[in-house]
Write a protein that binds this ligand. Structure first.
Ligand SMILES: [Zn+2]
Length: 232
């Protein structure tokens, strides 16, 4: 069986469960994060311990994956349009768990231009969302157009267990896509409040006719005006 490769962008609260789950599932991982572990991270980044403080997050998370029998390397870098090729050249899927809107758009744009699967996860306070990106369907930029200033986890806070739940969903979506299951391809799963045991809202949307990212896609999504519809 061919080994699947995933590049994980962000080694924090979301990147931790994403990497541990995909590492345990047999993926070969490249984990990208430029940051170091801080004491204030530990309540929501449970892959780290106090012994990891001041260490590079990417390296320590890769160590945690390897300690559980997985295969991972940590890369101390930022994902940008300039570094993306090198960070994900051989990745079957790129999974974003960063805390930065510009990075999420850069992940989506690169994956669309290179015809790769991608998953973009975000968590804030009690909820979050996960986008399942795939060739041939509307992209993250079709839906959100441009980065906007949203409060970050560090500023607005996030309940520790919420990132574990959203990260777990992101890993499951990455597994499904790379197995060829396109049931959720192009959909955004929205969890409004994980304290309430509700199903996610599944938001499906058409590609945007003037999306600059999709204009570079090797497999062009059908160009129809954007239409956001909730089917569930
Ligand atoms: Zn697009």
């Amino acid at each position: 069986m061919t080994t699947l490769r995933a590049t994980i962008v962000g080694a924090g609260g979301l990147g931790g469960p994403i990497a541990l789950a995909l590492g345990a599932a047999g993926f070969e991982l490249a984990i990208v994060d430029h940051d170091r572990v801080e004491l204030s991270n530990l309540h929501r980044q449970i892959q780290f311990t106090a012994l990891d403080i001041d260490q590079l997050k990417a390296a320590r998370l890769a160590d945690a994956v390897v300690a559980r029998g997985g295969s991972a390397r940590g890369i101390a870098a930022r994902w940008t349009p300039d570094t993306a090729d090198e960070l994900a050249r051989d990745a079957d899927v790129v999974v974003d768990g960063s805390d930065d809107p510009a990075t999420k758009f850069a992940v989506s744009d690169w994956a669309v231009a290179n015809g790769r699967y991608y998953v973009i996860a975000a968590a804030l306070r009690y909820g979050g969302n996960v986008m399942a990106g795939a060739p041939g369907v509307g992209c993250y930029r079709c839906l959100f157009e441009d980065p906007v200033d949203v409060p970050s986890c560090a500023d607005a806070g996030v309940l520790g267990p919420v990132v574990g739940a959203i990260g777990g969903v992101a890993a499951a979506v990455a597994l499904a896509l790379t197995r060829g299951d396109r049931a959720l391809a192009g959909a955004l799963l929205v969890f409004d409040d994980l304290r309430k045991a509700t199903e996610p809202r599944i938001v499906r949307f058409a590609s945007r006719r003037d999306c600059p990212a999709c204009a570079r896609a090797p497999i062009s999504p059908t160009a129809t005006p954007v239409r956001v519809a909730e089917v569930q």
